[in-house]
Design a protein around this ligand. Sequence first.
Ligand SMILES: Cc1ncc(COP(=O)(O)O)c(C=O)c1O
Length: 276
Amino acid sequence: MSAAGSDSTQPPSPATLGQLRDSGWESVPVKDEVRRNAVARISADEPLVPGVVFAQTNDVPSLDAAVGPRTGCILLEPIQGEGGIHPLTEEFVAAARALADELGALLLFDEIQTGVGRTGTFFAFEQLGVRPDSVTLAKGLANGLPIGCLLVADGRTGAFEPGDHASTFGGNPVTSAAALAVLDEIGPELLNEVAAKGKTTHDWLEALPGVVEVRGRGLMIGAELDRPAAPVIDACREHGVLVGSAGQKVLRITPPLTIAPPDLEHGLSVLSEVLA
Ligand SMILES: Cc1ncc(COP(=O)(O)O)c(C=O)c1O
């Protein structure tokens, strides 16, 4: 990573995906301490894309410190999935939107886990009061078949054109047909059901012994336990119920959006027995 300069010959901050591509990522300016931490992390053991600087979740000052005049984009996961099901606050997301606008940078949302109805709205950002410039979707989009997509707001595409970022199996007819079928199914009725089943799950989990905190939205729920999650997950599996984890002590509850309420209650009953 190179340091940011105040040199007026430097290109302006990108305002479109094309400019972002052309300007490169290795000039993202950060304050020294944040930069040192990021460099240390990357060189320690993470083969990450260079030029990326991390801010602390829901910490506006750390986001402020991580951006500067050459920041190309701010990338957020509205509810951090693998990180332990941590929803971003409206305040943090609004600050990111304001900073991106101020810097002429793009605001990108990674909705690979949260998108396609998982949180009770088609996009999780709909519940956060902001509109990003670009969104990624994947996982649920083709109901289990591999697919990914990048949506870009009108006026933000710039020099980035279809075909610039090719993929060997991208746009294949079978997977695309599955995605179209999913999009046909996801409407207000299904989304309301996801929200209602999410509330049932949330309330149920909050009343269980050993559950310290319940986080998430819709059917993307994390239950933080007072004990390691792995033995709980093993015991649930022995009773025929599959539960995921997101970190050492967090159960990740992400049932199918179409799960029948009795099946959901059965799964929660098994979990209650295991935790009792
Ligand atoms: C939010 C999010 N973004 C991106 C990815 C990357 O997906 P993959 O590398 O499996 O294609 C994942 C995978 O879990 C994810 O949860």
